[in-house]
Design a protein around this ligand. Structure first.
Ligand SMILES: *Cc1c(COP(=O)(O)O)cnc(C)c1O
Length: 229
């Protein structure tokens, strides 16, 4: 058994009997490493760049559910709209409209699962909507007329810190947003169920605070080497 397969098995065990699933974040790691996790039974993988995702997908089995977790430019949507399972990083109505349009052009039989990325970290990060922007999006006529996407939940990236109180408070904020949006816009709609939060260093905390999707990279594949890219 390889180290990667071991790690997958570890998370399988830790998440058993929880509502939480693992997104194995394979960015910067070779397809062979993804295959090791795949061979251990894992099927949900996350990438943050379109080009890298396309190159890897080409070489890997097509029953992988790919999640895009990085910022997505509108002009790149067309490259992934045919096959992508989930786009976790939806941060504007304009982007959502493009995803819907391209998915329609490909005549997808299953909608693209989309998650609203909300900013929860205190440093003003470039990406992610605030709560009011998410409300505005969900209230828009444009959103209501979309048939090729469905909103499955929210995603957030916490501050990069070891401060447990701070992390907990950010995770709670995201969960609070999720619950408010669910009550307001998704009453009795079971599609809206995901809270994507938690990475290698803080996934246990995120799980305690109600995460349903943890995004773990180095904790599965080892440290990333950016010098080669
Ligand atoms: C890279 C990345 C992760 C995984 O980070 P690790 O610390 O390696 O687990 C999770 N979420 C996003 C959005 C990322 O870009």
């Amino acid at each position: 058994m390889t180290a990667i397969a071991d790690n997958i098995r570890y998370f399988d065990e830790r998440l058993r009997d929880t509502p939480c699933r693992l997104v194995a974040v394979s960015k910067t790691h070779a397809p062979e490493k993804v295959m090791e996790a795949y061979a251990a039974g894992h099927r949900i993988f996350g990438e943050n760049k379109v080009q890298e995702l396309l190159e890897k997908r080409e070489l890997l089995p097509h029953d992988i559910a790919w999640h895009l977790i990085g910022h997505l430019q509108t002009n790149k949507v067309k490259h992934i709209a045919q096959f992508i399972d989930t786009i976790q990083s939806v941060d504007s109505l304009k982007l959502l409209m493009e995803i819907n349009k391209r998915a329609e052009q490909f005549n997808r039989t299953f909608p693209v699962n989309c998650m609203l990325q909300l900013s929860i970290a205190d440093e003003e990060t470039k990406f992610g909507m605030n709560y009011q922007e998410a409300v505005d999006l969900l209230q828009s006529d444009e959103y209501r007329s979309m048939h090729f996407i469905r909103i499955t939940g929210v995603m957030g990236i916490a501050t990069n810190t070891g401060d447990v109180q701070k992390l907990r408070s950010e995770f709670r904020t995201l969960r609070g947003y999720f619950e408010q949006l669910r009550e307001t816009f998704f009453f009795a709609n079971p599609d809206f169920k995901e809270i994507s939060m938690g990475m290698t260093s803080d996934w246990e905390l995120a799980l305690e605070e109600g995460s349903t999707l943890i995004r773990v990279g180095s904790g599965i594949f080892g440290a990333r080497d950016y010098s080669k890219s």
